[in-house]
Write a protein that binds this ligand. Structure first.
Ligand code: ADP
Length: 259
């Protein structure tokens, strides 16, 4: 019996040593998954051992974004073994627990169990687990706060009011649960016309930065609206892995998160 206790103590210590950072948003489609992928890769290039949990039950995008749609995870004992992506990020996704193309319509307890399967897996030496949350403030968020309380949360928003109002709700959820919000990222701000180069702002510009100031939290950076970001992401070649100016905003945001 003493040995069993020792193992449990060691396992708890190991679990505690793994930092969880949640990436959330108020609305869907604001680029939360895209940001999660790119900061995961950027943080691993900064020397962190990063894993990804794709908990976005409504739109599990990580298998595509990380360029690994072809492989499903195997189980070892009663736990899943994360799938390694070509970018060096091991990951597990809600999408891998459902049949391809199938709607994931799980009630709260089942969604909670699925989250547990993804998070309490054979993560090995991963010390930083990025959790790509579904948008909003639903069952998955509540399960995570109960069972795998993150060390911090990053909130992604586009600059317009309608997105920011919902982002503020997500921020309140984390703060009320005692999870520090590391900061806010503004996505899809500033579109440079590929023909004339003039920069316009379809969703406005600066909204998330002023909202961050109003809510007394750091502003982590701005990612422009750029067709290459969408094209690379769709093809499983994340912008940050392409280097150059496409990678810069994500690398800077990751450095701020790491710092
Ligand atoms: P969410 O996780 O918030 O639902 P996604 O990350 O899935 O959003 O992004 C939604 C769509 O917008 C995707 O097709 C993605 O490639 C595209 N996208 C995200 N950020 C940008 C950007 N900065 N520029 C261009 N397209 C983007």
């Amino acid at each position: 019996l003493p040995e069993v206790t020792d193992v449990r103590v060691a396992m708890t210590a190991q679990r505690k040593a793994r930092t969880i950072i949640a990436v959330g948003s108020g609305k869907g489609g604001v680029g939360k998954s895209t940001l999660a992928t790119n900061i995961a890769i950027a943080l691993s290039r900064l020397g962190r051992k990063v894993g990804m949990v794709d908990a976005d039950i409504y739109g599990p995008s990580q298998p595509r974004l990380l360029g690994r749609e072809d492989t499903r995870p195997e189980a070892q004992g009663d736990k899943l073994v994360p799938v390694m992506s070509p970018h060096g990020i091991p990951f597990l996704s809600m999408g891998q627990l459902a049949k391809p193309g199938q709607a994931i319509a799980w009630r709260g307890p089942m969604a909670g169990r699925a989250l547990e399967q993804l998070t309490d897996a054979h993560w090995g030496d991963v010390d930083l687990l990025i959790v790509d949350l579904p948008p909003g403030t639903g069952d998955i968020q509540l399960s995570m706060l109960q069972k795998f309380k993150p060390a911090g949360a990053v909130i992604v928003s586009t600059p317009q009011d309608l997105a920011l109002i919902d982002a503020a709700r997500a921020i309140t959820l984390f703060r009320d649960a005692g999870v520090p919000v590391i900061g806010m990222v503004e996505n899809m701000a500033g579109y440079a016309c590929p023909h004339c180069g003039e920069v316009s702002d379809p969703f406005g510009n600066g909204g998330a930065e002023s909202e961050a100031a109003a809510l007394d939290m750091p502003f982590l950076g701005r990612v422009p609206l750029d067709r290459s970001i969408r094209l690379g992401s769709d093809a499983g070649v994340p912008p940050v892995a392409q280097g150059g100016s496409l990678a810069e905003p994500f690398t800077a945001i990751a450095a701020r998160i790491d710092g």
